[in-house]
Design a binder for this molecule. Structure first.
Ligand SMILES: NC(=O)c1ccc[n+]([C@@H]2O[C@H](COP(=O)([O-])OP(=O)(O)OC[C@H]3O[C@@H](n4cnc5c(N)ncnc54)[C@H](O)[C@@H]3O)[C@@H](O)[C@H]2O)c1
Length: 436
């Protein structure tokens, strides 16, 4: 099939490459000329394992092209995926200006029977309103339908998640759009990926509700971690016990400094605003608490660091391992780790950071942190070391070798994955959130 993908950011570029890899002929459009030029040269402007190799493979096969022309996009295909950003506004609601601008730019060029498929994360009702908006701006000969097919990819596993997701959700208003989506995804469907076919609003809701639920799990276990600290209990053993309970399970219950990134924080706040708008006060209260607990995790790490170095951070040197919001990504949007760094610096600490992939992005936001060439370099002369992004290489660090270069052997595990006994046997004081 011939498809366009509008918005070639994290989601859009991944989607365009994966659709080309499924055998479709894809034209990806973005208003950022730099993104288009780089992508057409085979460069991915962010770190995502496998994506660049797949981009180059599909460019070479002639299945993937890039443009910034809406006229060309409308000429190229009758099926358009909408993958632009939906960031938060200052009051926490979803900012739909990119979606509206893309729709307005595309509409005048549309002819014949057209399917616009939204993949961005949006509040319920967006697809329906977007359909009216495009119809009002398109020539009367165009017959326009909207579908919503939310994306669930996880950064760091984006290619696999896009090619072979846990499920597809098809929010449609006709058999024709459902059949078109089935044709587009024929290969993964043949491999058994389940499909939930539903209306537009349900499809939109599935995505925001799923992210809100994941965030709630994380904030719940982080609140339990705080209870553990007060009650002398150990949150890790609580999670171990949850994991054996088939009604609960142990996944997405990692105590630590909480969630960040370009999706969960803004989706929780956006969904809270939707709940308030709909008058569903209890849900709004839950989501408000989830957000507050999450932000509190960051200050609890700062509190712990302050107490570990002796009551005041002023004049102390701290090493921070990891600034990406999660391992496998160079994304520092709403990074919990960078927020902790900011708070440490505000209290007078000197902070040296290391990250395998995210240093450039972090340095653009916070040029005045010291960016170290290695964990060893970051650790040199520090009074406390904070493990804040769970990169595999940090789990493999040698506490003996690091112990030789620090001023004091204090390690704070903000991700609850390091082996406490290993660090303690090398003479470190090991601290975790909610740990005994
Ligand atoms: N990043 C993820 O892991 C992820 C996962 C699932 C869903 N999502 C959702 O996908 C959407 C996109 O997120 P993202 O992370 O890719 O954002 P992003 O900021 O990386 O990408 C958005 C892209 O849209 C482009 N754009 C903006 N206005 C445009 C216009 N009028 N016409 C064409 N292009 C335009 C921007 O230049 C940018 O390249 C959001 O709704 C997000 O919540 C993201």
């Amino acid at each position: 099939m011939q498809l366009t993908v509008i918005g070639a950011g994290y989601l859009g570029l991944t989607h365009a490459v994966c659709m080309a890899d499924l055998g479709h002929s894809v034209l990806a459009l973005d208003i950022d000329p730099d993104k288009i030029t780089r992508a057409a040269r085979g460069e991915v402007p962010f770190y995502e394992p496998e994506l660049e190799a797949l981009l180059r493979k599909n460019l070479a096969a002639g299945r993937l092209q890039f443009t910034s022309s809406y006229r060309d996009a409308a000429k190229f295909s009758d099926v358009h995926f909408l993958c632009v950003g939906t960031p938060a506004t200052s009051d926490g609601t979803f900012d739909l200006s990119q979606i509206n601008a893309a729709a307005d730019a595309l509409a005048p060029y549309l002819r014949g029977r057209i399917l616009v498929i939204g993949r961005s994360t949006v509040p319920m009702g967006t697809g329906r309103r977007l359909g009216d908006r495009i119809r009002n701006r398109a020539p009367s000969t165009a017959e326009i339908e909207i579908a919503w097919n939310p994306e669930f990819l996880r950064e760091g596993q984006a290619v696999q998640d896009c090619l072979l997701p846990d499920r597809f959700v098809f929010g449609v208003s006709s058999d024709w759009s459902a059949a078109t989506l089935r044709e587009i995804y024929a290969k993964p469907l043949a491999r058994g990926v389940p499909v939930i076919t539903t209306g537009l609003e349900t499809a939109e809701l599935v995505k925001v509700a799923a992210n809100a639920f994941l965030a709630t799990k994380l904030s719940f276990i982080n609140a339990i971690a705080e209870v553990c600290e007060e009650a002398g209990a150990d949150v890790i053993r609580v999670v171990d016990a949850f994991a054996c309970d088939q009604r609960i399970g142990g996944r997405f219950l990692m105590p630590g400094i909480g969630y960040g990134g370009g999706c969960l924080p803004k989706d929780v706040r956006g969904f809270k605003a939707v709940a308030e708008h709909l008058g569903i006060k209890n849900l709004a209260a839950i989501l408000g608490a989830v957000d507050a607990i999450n932000l509190r995790c960051r200050s609890r790490v700062v509190d712990l660091t302050r107490s570990v170095v002796g009551g005041s951070l002023a004049g102390h040197a701290v090493a921070v391992l990891g600034v990406a919001f999660k391992p496998g990504s160079d994304d520092v949007r709403d990074s919990a780790s960078l927020d902790v760094c900011r708070q440490l610096v505000l209290e007078g600490a000197t902070v040296a950071v290391h990250d395998p992939e995210a240093m450039e992005n972090a340095a653009r936001l916070w040029p005045d942190l010291r960016y170290a060439a290695s964990p060893m370099d970051a650790a040199r002369g520090t009074d406390a070391m904070l493990h804040l992004t769970d990169w595999e290489e940090y789990r493999l660090l040698d506490p003996q070798r690091l112990g030789a270069v620090v001023a004091r052997r204090n390690i704070i595990d903000g991700r609850s994955v390091l082996d406490a006994r290993l660090w303690e046997s090398a003479g470190w004081s090991f601290h975790g959130l909610g740990r005994r």
